[in-house]
Design a protein around this ligand. Sequence first.
Ligand code: UD1
Ligand code: CA
Length: 471
Amino acid sequence: MQTTIGIVLAAGQGTRMKSGVPKVMHLICGLPIVHHGVQAALDAGCGEVVVVVGEGRRMVEEYLERAFKGRPVRTAVQEQQRGTGDAARAGLATIGKEALQVLVMNGDVPLVGGEDLRAVTKPLAEASSPAALSLATCVVQDPTGYGRVLRKGGQVVEIREHRDLRSQQERDVREINAGIYVANIALLREALASLAPDNAQGELYLTDIVAFSSNAGEHIATVTLPEDALAGVNDREQLVQVERTMHARIARKWRLQGATVRDGARVDAGVVLEPDCEVESGAVLRGATRVASGATVGVGCVLTDVAVGAGASVKPYTVGTASSIGASAQVGPFAHLRPGTDIGEEAHLGNFVEAKKTKMGRGAKANHLAYLGDGVIGDGANIGAGTIFCNYDGVSKHTTTIGAKAFIGSDSQIVAPVTVGANSYVATGTTVTRDVPPGALAISRVKQENKEGYAPKLAARMRAAKDAKGK
Ligand code: UD1
Ligand code: CA
C-alpha cells in the first residue's frame, strides 16, 4: 500500500454506554474496543496510526502507550466532542506531507479486520480511474440508527444520518455507511474544512465529506463489506453481541489449527492454544494465557496470564492468575493459583489448595486443603492435607523453604521464615518454628493419654448436667 496513515476516531463520549469509563476502553474479548481498531489499521498496512482521543483521554493514552509500545501508534487530542468530522480534523491536523492518503475509521467497530480495511483502500490505487474517496458500505436488514448511502443514477451523492432523513423513501434505504473511509489527503483536507454543523445534532459530521466530494465531481467508490465485520458498539447490548461474534471467530480459528475448544469455552484475543490441547466448556482463558500441546483445561477454569505446559491437566474449577503450570503437572479441581506461582513438571496441586508466589519443584505434591504462600518447595516433596505456610506475621511476608523429598505431615503449620531440610520428616500436627536439618524428624505435639473405661462415665456426667439445666 502507498503511504497510508490511519486515523482512528476514539474521542466520543459513548453516552449510550451509560458508563464512567470511556466507551473505547470497554473490553471485548479481553482487549479495549479501541485496541481492535488500531490493530486492524496496522494489519492493513498503515504506516502510522493516529488515535483521536478526548473523553477520558488519559486512560486511552496510557493504554495505547503500553499496548502498542514500539509500534507507530500515537494520539491526537480533540478538545471538545463536536462530532466525527471535527475529530477527523483533529487527527488530520497532526499529519504532515508524508501521507498520500488517509484511512479514517470509527474506533467503535471492533470486528473489522486488516483485510477488510485493505479492500477499502484498493479503489484509490486502481490504474484506470482511481477513486479520490472510497467508503465501506453494507446492505443490512435493519438500517435503524446508521447513516444511509444516498445514490443518484447509481452514483453515491451523500450520506445522510438516520436522524436527518427526510422521507420514508430515504428511511427505506438499507445500504448503510460503515464509518470507514479512505481518501486522498488533499481532498480530505478540503472536505473537512468545508464542514458545517447544519444537522439534527448540531455536530460536524465526517459523513458530509461525501456530498462535498460528489459536488466537486470527484470519483467516489464504495466497497461492500460483510455485515458481521461492521457492527458498531454503541451500547452494552451491542458490546455483548459483538463479543459473542468475536469469541466464535477466535474459537473457530484455534479449532482449525488443531485445538479442541468445546462449545461454551471463552478464549480471549491474546490467548495462544497449541495443537492438540483441549479446553472444556465453561473455561475462561484470558490475557496472555498459553496452553501447550496435549494439555487439558477443565470445565469452569478461569485462567488469566497462565502458561499451561505440555500434557498438563488443569481440572475443573481451577482459578489461576499470572502463574505457570509445568509439563504433565496436575492441578485442581478447585485449586487456586495466585500470582507468581510456578508449578513444576509432574507436580500435583490438588483440591482446595491455594498457592501464592510459590515455586513447586518437579514431582512435588500438595494434594488436599493447604495454603502455600511464599514457598519454595523442592523436587518430590510431599505436603500433607491441611498444611499451612504461615507466611505473614501481620507486618511482613516471609519465605518457607522445603527441601527435596521432605515429607510434611498433615495439619502442620510451617511458621516462616523457616527451612525444612531435604529428606526430613515433619510429623502430623507439628508447628515448625525452627529450621529442620536435612534428614531429621521434627515433632511438636502434646503426648496422648488414654483413660481406660472412662467413656461411659463421661457420657453419664454430661447427660446429668444437661438434665439439670432442663429443669
Ligand atoms: C457514525 C456515522 C454513521 C455510520 C456509523 C457507523 C457520522 C456522523 N455518522 O454514526 O453514518 O453509519 O457511524 O457505525 O459519522 N467520535 C469522536 N469525536 C466526536 C464524536 C465521535 O472521536 O466528537 C468517535 C467516537 O468515539 C466513535 C466514532 O467517532 O468511535 C463514531 O461516533 P458515533 O457517535 O458512535 O457515531 P454513530 O452515531 O455510530
Ligand atoms: Ca457508533
